[in-house]
Design a protein around this ligand. Structure first.
Ligand code: NIG
Ligand code: FE
Length: 406
């Protein structure tokens, strides 16, 4: 079905990743990439020559969705912690008592590569069914060289075996493992001098991330990780200002981070630092919702300083056991008051920028990968408005049909 290497998709209602087209569009695909696009009203007979023509009769086309922040690979689950939090325990209390991230570390260390692959697969399939064509997957539940690499190998294998682009991020500095109790600096040295070089040697990581927080690592420790990552040519990202304002976002921006993520506690100076460094602000409403956070990320300031906002699931066993990027569109609007178009940019053009992939994916534009979704609606706002609908009818990755209901 539609496997020709020359396709012309016509009568498309287009959201191109940044804007909506004002008239029906034609999108030409050649050998897996977008060749050109123009209004249907301007199509000539010559334009159509040689193409397989696919009339979508006004259906909405968006770029393939990009989930730029996930922790899809992990052992076990944390349903018990969910119940404990409902009874009043906080995320921080649970973490300090050795639960939280560390409980997932125990389960992840105990799992084989095959077991981790098999448990991650349905999570990724759920995202794929939602229209995701590019996903970032972090390590961070191994916390030693062997287990962090094991997680990254599973992430790479998911990208080879499922029809989705996978970007991997080494999150060695996620939490302090029990072996390094009271020696956070020693653990950071292990991350910098062994974990990062080992991941680079096996080409397992595209970027390096940290958790900059009172219950995790200080700004100075995160800066050491950034320096080591950059010395190895890796991009950097940060979990920053999630539970308190430590200045981690500004430090990440100064170090040239692609994105800072969560940022509920970010202040105006931090927002300015993002604007100056062209760092993307990634919003994670799933974690905000699950933790019943009340501090809102500084959306008005981000708008005022024109900081691009990405949007992601943060899919993980603790703070966001949510495997739907479309639900995030709704939550970004209902919880954070984004407009539907801002939310959509967050999972397309700005999601791509958060991964440094904006010249490859995230927009319907000439030269980019032909990764796109067709939806059973004409109106992009409906993707954020409704939960469970509209239906994804076609999902196309590099010009190849791969999923969708049609
Ligand atoms: O993005 N903030 C830190 N890390 C994850 C949560 C991981 C977990 O609780 O397992 C997050 O929310
Ligand atoms: Fe996260």
């Amino acid at each position: 079905m539609h496997q020709s290497s020359l396709q012309l998709w016509i009568n498309v209602s287009l959201f191109d990743g940044l804007e909506s087209a004002t008239e029906p569009m034609a999108i030409a695909v050649k050998e897996g990439r977008i060749a050109w696009l123009k209004p249907v009203s301007e199509l000539s007979v010559d334009d159509k020559s040689g193409f397989e023509c696919i009339d979508v009769k006004g259906a909405l086309m968006t770029p393939g969705l990009i989930d730029c922040h996930t922790h899809l690979v992990f052992g076990g689950n944390r349903a018990g912690e969910f119940e404990a939090r409902l009874e009043g325990a906080s995320y921080e209390e649970i973490a300090r008592a050795g639960g939280g991230i560390i409980s997932t570390v125990r389960a992840t260390r105990a799992a084989s590569e095959d077991e981790l692959f098999e448990s991650a697969k349905p999570r990724l399939q759920a995202l794929i069914a939602d229209g995701v064509t590019t996903v970032e997957i972090k390590s961070g539940y191994g916390l030693d060289v062997e287990n962090e690499l094991k997680m990254l190998r599973v992430a790479r294998r998911l990208g080879r075996e499922l029809p989705v682009r996978v970007v991997t991020t080494l999150l060695g500095a996620h939490a302090l493992p029990p072996e390094y109790k009271d020696d956070a600096d020693g653990y950071i040295s292990l991350v910098c001098s062994q974990m990062i070089p080992a991941a680079v040697a096996e080409r397992l990581a595209d970027a390096v991330d940290v958790f900059c927080e009172n219950i995790a690592f200080s700004v100075e420790q995160c800066e050491r990780v950034y320096a080591a990552a950059k010395a190895h040519g890796l991009a950097i990202k940060g979990h920053t200002e999630q539970l308190s304002n430590l200045g981690g976002s500004a430090a990440a921006a100064r170090a040239g981070a692609l994105s800072v993520d969560h940022i509920e506690y970010l202040d105006e100076d931090g927002v300015k630092a993002l604007a100056e460094a062209d760092t993307v602000a990634t919003l994670l409403p799933g974690a905000f919702f699950i933790l019943r956070e009340t501090k809102m990320p500084p959306i008005e300031l981000l708008r005022r300083y024109q900081v691009p906002m990405a949007l992601a699931t943060d899919a993980n066993p603790g703070t966001s056991p949510i495997f739907s990027l479309k639900l995030m569109l709704n939550m970004a609007c209902t919880l954070f008051r984004l407009t539907p178009i801002e939310a959509l940019r967050g999972v397309t053009a700005h999601g791509a920028q958060a991964l440094g992939l904006q010249t490859e994916v995230g927009r319907i534009a000439p030269g980019l990968q032909a990764d796109f979704c067709l939806w059973d609606t004409t109106n992009p706002a409906e993707l954020a408005y409704s939960v469970g609908l509209p239906r994804l009818t076609h999902r196309v990755v590099a010009g190849k049909m791969s999923g969708g209901a049609a």
